[in-house]
Design a protein around this ligand. Structure first.
Ligand code: GDP
Ligand code: MG
Length: 388
């Protein structure tokens, strides 16, 4: 039998973000290695984290690679995105529900477009705490690294992160993976910074249960499993739930976190829920598992939206009423009609208010963050201000 998950430390969700090739996956592997050597986790090698092809071959789309580990004071679920598009889709829409993020910046390259885009979008969706890993410090020249640090602090300040007080730790994921003592110690310093700088967020464990579905899997002989992060509330084996989007009422017959069975999952946990009698193809990513009757989906809302500038990877031309992009809301991806009011336009770089009519009903509420995408790239980030 599998060992049950025992909640002995507060659980937080963090993730690596930053430009491609700056070393996010290497750093993730290095963190698990350093902690495994301390006896508080399992080493997850690089090629087990960047595992998209293997999963794709089995017909399962795993868009987020999760690893778990423990420091002296906390249990963490850590997400590392295989690619930029997945990052934007999953993390930025709030699917990963990050309590804090490790911004990985290569000391050799400095700020690149995705560095800035991830910081912007993290701010937009309410990731309030960022710790910087100035990676590849083994290969960088000290003066250049100092300049990169200044540049990163400025970027963070310009997005409201108080760049002067953000911890910036010089690391080498690669050398730490190789066992170099100096860089192993640097990983320890990075984890200490995360432990102390990212506060334990408030968890709404008494609210009605809600989990946005990230993935759906079949376990032969057991049934359909949905995975995701519990947004709020508490769930126990035997509880009734409804699946919004699928119009299914069912019962949770099994609960796991990182392969360990649990009796009860709560807000902030990354879990797999086994659902009684639900066919595999009835449920998909974007659906919501909720306490019966606790949410009423709708399709009209007002929002405040930041339209990304061309320099941030956004559009080069303005948008007007009649614009019909994709809205990424929690794990859902829905087309929507934008209304800016007669004659109004939104130029790249503008913050505007708009009303949106979605192509289908989804659970909406004020404060909910979302991303707007078009042709595979993010062109806007917003927050719901009113529903209906
Ligand atoms: P990601 O795209 O951000 O996940 O980056 P990867 O972790 O895949 O790393 C990209 C490349 O940078 C790989 O060739 C790594 O070996 C290299 N790399 C990662 N971390 C370091 C480091 O700390 N020092 C050096 N010199 N190279 C690194
Ligand atoms: Mg990677």
């Amino acid at each position: 039998p599998k060992t049950a998950y025992v909640r002995t430390k507060p659980h937080l969700n963090i993730g690596t973000m930053g430009h491609v090739d700056h070393g996010k996956t290497t750093l993730t592997a290095a963190i698990t290695k350093v902690l495994a050597e301390r006896g508080s986790g399992t080493y997850v090698p690089f090629d087990r984290i960047d595992r998209a092809p293997e999963e794709a071959a089995r017909g399962i789309t795993i868009n987020i690679a999760h690893v778990e580990y423990e420091t002296d004071t906390r249990h963490y679920a850590h997400v590392d995105m295989p690619g930029h598009a997945d990052y934007v889709k999953n993390m930025v829409t709030g699917a990963a529900q990050l309590d804090g993020a490790i911004l990985v910046v290569s000391a050799l390259d400095g700020i690149m477009p995705q560095t800035a885009e991830h910081v912007l979008l993290a701010r937009q969706v309410g990731v309030d705490h960022i710790v910087v890993a100035l990676n590849k410090a083994d290969a960088g020249d000290e003066e250049l690294t100092d300049l990169v640090e200044l540049e990163v602090r400025e970027l963070l300040t310009s997005h409201g992160y108080g760049g002067d007080s953000v911890p910036v730790v010089r690391v080498s994921g690669l050398r730490a993976l190789e066992g170099d003592p100096r860089w192993t110690e640097a990983i320890g310093a990075l984890l200490d910074a995360v432990d102390t700088y990212v506060p334990m967020p408030e968890r709404y464990v008494d609210a009605p249960f809600l989990l946005p579905v990230e993935n759906v899997l079949t376990i032969t002989g057991r049934g359909t499993v949905v995975t995701g992060a519990v947004e709020r509330g508490t769930i126990r084996v035997g509880d009734r739930v409804e699946v919004l989007g699928a119009a299914v009422d069912t019962v949770v017959t099994g609960l796991e976190t990182f392969g360990k069975p649990m009796e009860e999952a709560q807000a902030g946990d990354s879990v797999a829920l086994l659902l009684r009698g639900v066919p595999r193809d009835a449920v998909r990513r974007g659906h919501i598992v909720a306490a019966p009757g606790s949410v009423v989906p709708s399709r009209r809302f007002s929002a405040q939206v930041y339209v990304l500038s061309a320099g941030e990877g956004g559009r080069t031309t303005p948008v007007a009423t009649g614009y019909r992009p994709q809205f990424y809301i929690r794990t859902a991806d829905v087309v929507g009609d934008v209304d800016l009011g007669a004659g109004a336009v939104a130029r790249p770089g503008d913050t505007v208010t708009m009303t949106v009519e979605l192509g289908r009903d989804v659970p909406l509420e004020p404060g909910l963050g979302f991303a707007i995408r078009e042709g595979g790239r993010t062109v806007g980030a917003g927050t719901v201000t009113a529903v209906g």
